[in-house]
Design a protein around this ligand. Structure first.
Ligand code: FMN
Length: 421
């Protein structure tokens, strides 16, 4: 199977700059700067069908095309490496394995967008990755792949690493821009979208680490090659799946996008642990509704996962076995979101702690059947929060009520957990 992101992997350490160069690193940047216009790079990414890997799956080239062409002043590119969602750790693995891929991807994206100053906004806990990135940037500078007049062209780029303030909301793209500007990290209202009015009021593109790390291969090999890597006819490229929970071999893997859930668990993660049987999983990071055994054959690509009632999200798969109390699992996730609400809007600030309270009551055996309707009502109402944090938080709650209704009801009527006893 062909890989892009883990192609240069060394099993136990970070790929060196020289190894990256020897394996064809920075050839795509040279190719673009010597023979492609910025518009041609952008069109190549549009044609490739690449969809953002940060959670929402928005088409990457289309997002780039929203940047106005003739607005005066600078425009910016930000790599979102905040990665605080429980169960998602793919960006850390990717950065620790090969930071050079991201540097080249950001240089190509900056060329396509006319950006001269780009930022990598990275989670404060990712010290190793941040230090690897700073080294990679210094080496790229020294070799003439960053700085003034890159590879003898008229294109110049500076790249800075910025440590996040350390809250989950800082990963939301508009809150992220506030954090970068040094003010409180609340989300901003959209429109205007960042592509038009972003960092310091200027056009700004925010893309995820995995998204940007795909750009060099797309430019080097072309859109058709990229599309051909997918396991689904409508998909494009590979996808990082970071698997955790009750499997034999929890691992971060690069597989064709659209690889079925069952194949990921059984073939690539060695199946379930001894004595464990698959009960459910979070398919795409903590904000996505659960999948059960009935979803075993679902191709893990954006559209098929959405059609099956969940979201591909980040590709963070958390597997639960038969001993898992789904009320307790959902409560655990809700506690995270309630704690991480930035407090800016009332539905999120007041709603999430209330949902937590109801789940705590049910989990402790003090629930009431009417609580199920209260939860359903909140799943609906929290969609009207200011940003996507609260609707995301309701993903597992919605999945709990739809897929494990009997388990919740039994929990309430028996006054104790039917799984744990
Ligand atoms: C609360 C919240 C947290 C988020 N955290 C991240 C994150 O850590 N990394 C990320 O890439 N996107 C995160 N996102 C999504 C970003 O807002 C944005 O859509 C993404 O960075 C765009 O990148 P892409 O187009 O390459 O997918 C978050 C969104 C929300 C609502």
């Amino acid at each position: 199977m062909e890989t892009i992101l883990f192609r240069h992997n060394r099993p136990d350490r970070t790929v060196t700059f020289d190894e990256y160069l020897a394996a064809g690193g920075f050839q795509a940047l040279k190719k673009a700067l010597s023979g492609m216009s910025p518009d041609e790079v952008q069109q190549t990414v549009i044609d490739s069908g690449l969809r953002g890997r940060g959670g929402a799956g928005f088409p990457t080239g289309k997002k780039w095309s929203f940047v106005p062409r003739n607005l005066p002043g600078p425009r910016y590119l930000i790599c979102n490496s905040d990665e605080m969602e429980p169960g998602t750790y793919k960006d850390r693995v990717l950065l620790e394995h090969n930071p050079h891929l991201l540097v080249e991807g950001m240089a190509l994206t900056s060329y396509a967008l006319g950006v001269e100053h780009a930022f990598i906004f990275i989670r404060r806990g990712y010290e190793q990755a941040a230090s690897d990135l700073k080294n990679a940037i210094a080496q790229a500078h020294k070799a003439g792949f960053l700085g003034k007049g890159i590879c003898g062209s008229g294109f110049s780029l500076e790249l800075d690493v910025h440590l996040s303030a350390g809250r989950y909301i800082c990963g939301e793209e508009t809150a992220l821009m506030n954090a970068l500007e040094g003010v409180r990290a609340n989300p901003r209202s959209k429109p205007p979208f960042p592509a038009v009015k972003g960092l310091w009021g200027q056009p700004t593109v925010v893309n995820n680490v995995e998204t940007l790390s795909n750009i060099p291969a797309i430019v080097a090999h072309g859109p058709d090659w990229f599309k051909g890597l997918a396991a689904t006819p409508e998909g494009a490229g590979t996808k990082l799946f970071c698997v955790s929970g009750h499997v034999q071999n929890p691992i971060c893997l690069e597989l064709p996008i659209g690889t079925p859930l069952g194949e990921i668990v059984d073939t690539h993660c060695g199946g379930m642990r001894p004595g464990s049987t698959f009960k459910a999983c979070i398919p795409g990071g903590a904000s996505t509704p659960y999948f059960t055994r009935e979803h075993w054959a679902v191709p893990m690509d954006f559209d098929p996962v959405a059609k099956a009632g969940s979201r591909l999200g980040t590709g963070g798969v958390v597997v639960f076995d038969q001993t898992t109390c789904m009320v307790a699992a959902t409560l655990n996730l809700t506690r995270f979101y309630a704690r991480e609400s930035c407090g800016w809007c009332t539905p999120c600030r007041e709603g999430l702690p209330f949902v937590q309270h109801i789940l705590e009551k049910i989990e402790a055996g003090r629930g009431d059947l009417a609580d199920m309707d209260i939860l359903r009502d909140h799943v609906h109402k929290l969609n009207y929060a200011f940003c996507a944090l609260a609707p995301g938080a309701m993903g597992p709650v919605e999945g709990l009520l739809r897929l494990f209704e009997d388990e919740v009801r039994e929990h309430i009527t028996a006054g104790r957990c039917p799984v744990k006893g």
